[in-house]
Design a protein around this ligand. Structure first.
Ligand code: NDP
Length: 278
């Protein structure tokens, strides 16, 4: 492998089922770019060693997933765009011995919803469940809707408060208690509800079937089987979507960050669909 080739990886924990390698290998192949993309399942105690490897040039870039998005942001020498606002990264580019961090999750979420014609209208109310890394990106993306009323509910109220404060100044943003009644009340006048937790129907104080007609339901989780919240929402007549399109879009954007060229969407989409259905 020559020095001009891409050497990419995904760093996270418990990532053996991630389709990221398949997506990026398809992107490189269809773009005629040589390189590799491997999964690096790193235990927390070995994250510092991984950062040293990255800085030493073993990889030209990496994606970052749970639980390392904030830790890897702290390891970067500089953060760009949304990563600076949120303090999390999902994409790192190695420039010399410097690590430049960015995140494509917010833009990926926005593109995914726009592609599915589910992006909220000006002045809409949106309810986000969760206050982790992905919820922060989702909430940030939603603040770009003019005059949006954004509500955030999370099982740890302090995490919801921290996220709301981080986005302070971006519009009408407040938190909602993590209680079934409060979430149902807020959902009743929301145009869109997003589950950005890693939990499903059985664990959340939220039932999409109780939402009013016309409310869109997004669950950013994805997998080979239908996502329970999405199935329940569809069954009760709501528009609903899982996180596959977001996964695709954030991946395409990461590829552009590393290569400076647009990723070949059709090839990557086909590879992703095959990988998740396998
Ligand atoms: P984090 O670990 O950063 O955050 C997880 C969030 O879920 C936290 O708010 C956590 O609460 C909450 N949570 C977990 N379990 C429960 C539960 N039983 N009840 C209530 N809240 C719960 O993970 P991420 O934000 O990175 O990822 C969240 C989900 O989004 C994952 O399923 C991930 O696969 C998906 N994702 C999808 C993407 C896509 O492109 N489609 C991109 C990124 C993520 P607490 O802090 O209290 O633990």
């Amino acid at each position: 492998m020559t020095d001009t080739q891409l050497r990419l990886c995904l760093v996270g924990a418990g990532i053996s089922h991630s389709p990221s390698a398949v997506m990026h290998q398809a992107a490189m192949e269809a773009s005629g770019i040589e390189g590799s993309y491997v999964l690096r399942d790193v235990p927390p105690a070995e994250l510092d060693t991984f950062v040293d490897e990255l800085r030493a040039g073993r990889y030209t870039g990496c994606n970052v997933t749970a639980p390392y998005k904030a830790l890897m942001a702290a390891a970067c020498d500089c953060l760009e765009g949304d990563a600076e606002t949120l303090g999390v990264v999902n994409t790192i580019t190695v420039r010399g011995d410097r690590l430049v961090g960015s995140t494509t999750d917010a833009d990926g979420f926005e593109l995914a919803l726009s592609n599915r014609h589910m992006w909220p209208r000006q002045g809409a109310t949106a309810l986000v469940l969760g206050a982790g890394g992905a919820a922060a990106a989702v909430a940030l993306a939603l603040t770009r809707v003019p005059l949006l009323r954004l509500r955030i509910a999370a099982r740890r109220p302090e995490a919801a408060d921290t996220l709301a404060q981080r986005l302070h100044g971006s519009g009408d943003i407040a938190t909602v208690p993590w209680e079934r009644d409060a979430i149902a009340r807020e959902g009743a006048h929301s145009a869109i509800v997003v589950n950005a937790t890693s939990a499903g129907l059985d664990a959340l104080p939220f039932d999409p079937r109780a939402l009013p007609t016309g409310c869109s339901v997004i669950d950013i989780r994805y997998g080979p089987r239908p996502v329970d919240i999405v199935s329940a929402a569809l069954e009760s007549g709501h528009r609903a979507s899982d996180g596959l399109e977001m996964l695709l879009q954030q991946g395409l954007l990461s590829f552009s960050v590393w290569t400076g060229v647009a990723a070949p969407e059709r090839a990557v989409r086909n590879a992703l669909m095959e990988a998740v259905q396998a």
